[in-house]
Design a protein around this ligand. Structure first.
Ligand code: ATP
Length: 514
């Protein structure tokens, strides 16, 4: 069984939730009525950060590539989609109940917490056995735990004015299926040739038995997903593999887990040569997803890829690897990447009776493409990664510094007049602020000392602060302070906007500013 410990220590998930609320990143949804478990609202800073994560993902995966096209599918779709995908029949977790206080638990989580082992994918019989053999009791009241039962995670609703079995529909539990049902239309209209991908960002809903760990497991969340289609005979023929062969990442294969070995850092070349990952496309996408996080400032060594154990894999998957992150509450899945082969397209061909195959010019035959990798990740989990990764309790400064990558930072610059009671300074600072905010989000702060304003900006993750002082009135220049090392440079007001755009994009480092 996979280890669940060994994660880097930082602030706890509970402290992160408190910080997010205090600074306006995330609130419990419906808090004034006591909150609704598993639902969250993003605040003024959180909504900006979340939008930035999604837009960086979209740029990197869709706009800057010519082999991937995007869609934006509906949340409620034809119910038969979910019958064909298998969700209506078997999108289930195993539930147990305390016979005394009636609290319901997701059985694998109860076991993981009690025995410190990974229990994802265990069957009902194994769960009952483990609970009995280890005398696992209700964590709240020590009551006895019931026999395990299946529980379907789909949220259902009714479409139209009459509620009946035929009006029943579902809120989508994943974004993936819309990419399969629109497969032919997108391929034809975007004139895509194999290999190609379809991408989507959007909401997904799962009636999780026990939402927990703040944003990590919610009932309403967002996904950023790609279904990448390849010719069935070309799973191991990835023309892009050269881009990632020297890329290194922590590997945790099923064999390493079974032999109780720790994960090991390896290059993609080594992993493919040793056949640890069997297909080039799977390796390419795992490395590419790791690279995306690193490109936005995340620490490379806090990630690993973990292969699913044979009894953990979904029914449709030939091989599955998860990209995991060392959260303070353990190594956890950020992104699942299953080799789904032709399972989904075949299911939709069977249920819709429509032809979803493509004509292969080379062999002059029809083929049903395979999905060797479907990079599928939660926006809310990525949000947590970037928050944990950037959170620094700076004892010298005496405040938190949120070292978010400038591309992700909710507010890019703060503009301060040195003294807020000097009209000339306030007027000049305000005119700079009004000009900058045409390009990106800027904060104008006149309250308290400049030191206090820097501290507030640090805690909101603002990468650059601009101070207008008495010299500015004469030399038409301002001081820019860099959040991460507090270094300051003097810059002409006429060059400020262009410079900030370059700094945010990462075209120039602060060190290089003259
Ligand atoms: P888990 O094992 O953690 O329940 P999963 O394997 O069921 O996740 P997938 O169906 O592979 O998840 O979904 C793809 C991604 O969507 C996950 O890697 C995760 O980032 C995100 N995700 C899934 N369920 C949730 C949830 N309840 N809350 C937040 N994000 C989620």
């Amino acid at each position: 069984m996979a280890e669940t410990k060994n994660a880097a220590k930082s602030i706890t998930i509970e402290d992160m939730a408190v910080f997010c609320k205090k600074k306006g990143f995330v609130y419990q949804s419906g808090e004034i009525y006591g909150g609704l478990s598993g639902f969250f609202d993003y605040g003024h800073l959180g909504s900006e950060l979340k939008n930035n994560i999604k837009s960086e993902w979209w740029k990197f995966h869709v706009q800057q590539r010519d082999d991937i096209a995007g869609i934006d599918g509906s949340i409620i779709t034809h119910p038969k989609v979910w019958v064909a995908s298998g969700h209506v029949g078997c999108f289930e977790d195993i539930l147990v109940e305390c016979s005394k206080c009636k609290t319901r638990y997701r059985a694998d989580h109860l076991i993981e917490d009690a025995l410190k082992i990974a229990a994802d994918g265990l069957k009902k019989e194994d769960i009952n056995k483990l609970i009995k053999e280890n005398s696992i009791r209700c964590p709240k009241c020590k009551g006895e735990i019931s026999e395990a039962n299946q529980f379907n995670l789909m949220f259902d609703t009714n479409v139209g004015p009459i509620r009946s079995e035929t009006s029943k529909a579902y809120l989508r539990p994943e974004t993936a299926q819309l990419m399969f049902t629109n497969f032919r239309l997108v391929q034809e209209n975007a004139r895509l040739k194999l290999p190609f991908g379809i991408a989507q960002i959007g909401k997904a809903f799962r009636n999780e038995i026990s939402p927990r760990d703040f944003l990590f497991r919610c009932r309403e969340f967002e996904q950023m997903e790609i279904e990448y289609f390849v010719h069935p005979d070309k799973a191991n023929d990835c023309p892009l593999i050269k881009e990632v062969l020297t890329h290194r990442l922590n590997i945790y294969s099923a064999e390493m887990q079974q032999k109780k070995q720790p994960h090991k850092e390896m290059s993609i070349k080594e992993v493919l040569d040793k056949k640890i990952i069997k297909t080039q496309w799977h390796a390419y996408w795992l490395a590419t997803e790791h690279k995306w996080f690193i490109s936005l400032g995340a620490d490379a060594d806090k990630f690993r890829i973990r292969q699913h154990l044979p009894d953990e894999k979904s029914h449709y998957a030939a091989d599955t690897w998860d990209l995991e992150y060392a959260f303070p509450f353990g190594w956890k899945e950020l992104q699942g990447m299953a080799n789904r082969a032709d399972f989904d397209l075949k299911q939709h061909i069977l249920h819709s009776k429509k032809d979803l195959s493509l004509f292969d010019e080379e062999t002059k035959a029809k083929v049903i493409p395979h999905v060797i990798a479907e990079p599928s990740q939660g926006v809310d989990r990525a949000f947590l990664v970037f928050m944990f990764n950037s959170y620094n309790d700076d004892k010298e400064r005496g405040n938190i510094v949120l070292k978010l990558h400038p591309k992700l930072a909710p507010v890019k610059a703060g503009v301060f007049p040195l003294l807020s009671n000097k009209e000339e300074l306030v007027d000049l600072a305000e005119s700079i602020y009004l000009d900058l905010r045409k390009e990106f989000p800027v904060e104008f702060d006149t309250s308290g000392t400049v030191g206090r304003r820097y501290a507030r900006a640090d805690e909101s993750g603002i990468p650059f602060c601009i101070t207008v002082d008495f010299d500015s009135l004469k030399d038409k220049a301002v001081t820019i302070r860099n959040r991460d090392d507090m270094k300051q440079k003097r810059v002409k007001i006429s060059e400020l906007k262009e410079l900030l755009i370059k700094l945010i994009r990462g075209d120039i480092s602060f060190e290089k500013v003259k």
